[in-house]
Design a protein around this ligand. Sequence first.
Ligand code: NAD
Length: 345
Amino acid sequence: MKTILVTGGAGFIGSAFCHYIYNKYPDYRILVLDALTYAGNAKNLPVDICNDFDNERFEFWYGNILNAGLVDALVEQSDFVVHFAAESHVTRSIFDNKLFFETDVLGTQTIANSVGRNTNKVKKFVHISTSEVYGTAVSSKMDEDHPLNPMSPYAAAKAGADRLVYSYWATYGTPAVIIRPFNNYGIRQHLEKVIPRFVTSVLLGEKLHVHGDGLSARDFVHTDDTCRAIDLVLHAEDEKVLGEVFNVGSGVDRNILSLAEDITGLMCKEEECYVKVGDRPGQVMRHTCDASKIREVLGWEPKVSWLDGLQSVVDWYTKNEEWWRDMMWMREIPIITASGKKELH
Ligand code: NAD
């Protein structure tokens, strides 16, 4: 039996990855380390599995990735480490960024140090970075050599972690791989993120709030496709992936206005379903993934079509109101703009 440590496994992508691995690999044991911050939710994990203490394939550890002793105790049992845990919301990083640097940079350092102490056991350390490290696109599509121009404290912290992991591979030979997913969408995503916010707004009969002119654009990739990409990286020959960076995205950018139109097209019967509000500081104007490297090296391609993926998200939030009702108050975050104005974003 192989053991895989998943940090941040109670979050959005981490939990999707736990479901994916649990269902696909009956001979894998999953250890989740998660501090259950406001973004983590134990209900994201398969509850029947979590509550089954005799289940040898799954253990949940409530704890912080900054706790080196606890991290060591888990890493030393693990063949693979997949590191998702992070503070992940751009807007929150605008008003309170210290935690982002502590968790995202120093937390990653704690994990990387522990992997370095346990290379006799750990075969691969997959660090989940983000396309946000690139900042606004300076080329039509962004490959892994695109300059790193992080535009928000979140993106800067993630860029620090991304290059920290690379430096550990270069300096210590840590068996690390860096994945830069573009914007993920799927089920169980926190209401602070744009797609769940839009979907639940329509369910509640509210108008959608579109920031600025709505023309800032992102590349959306479904969590199922991201999980498959991580799986391929985990099981690839070392020579193909160690020390490498892989983008994971669809290659299509969609602006927020078109996103609002697609969601209201699926859900909203009224004429005008959205209103425009002030733009977010540190806004990235466009992200479009060039995923040719992971396609060529590992044969990965996105499989979930946009409208099918979006429909499944709409269906899930429609059926799972008890999951999201309690986080309604966190849908919008107050920030103070450069002009001193308080705005909800
Ligand atoms: P999320 O905010 O939904 O989940 C983060 C998880 O990490 C939560 O369960 C939280 O409790 C946990 N956590 C936070 N601080 C911790 C700490 N100090 N110790 C232990 N656990 C802690 O995030 P997500 O959207 O699932 O993103 C997962 C990873 O993927 C992050 O590293 C993020 O930067 C990256 N990423 C996300 C996206 C996206 O679109 N969501 C895109 C690209 C990259």
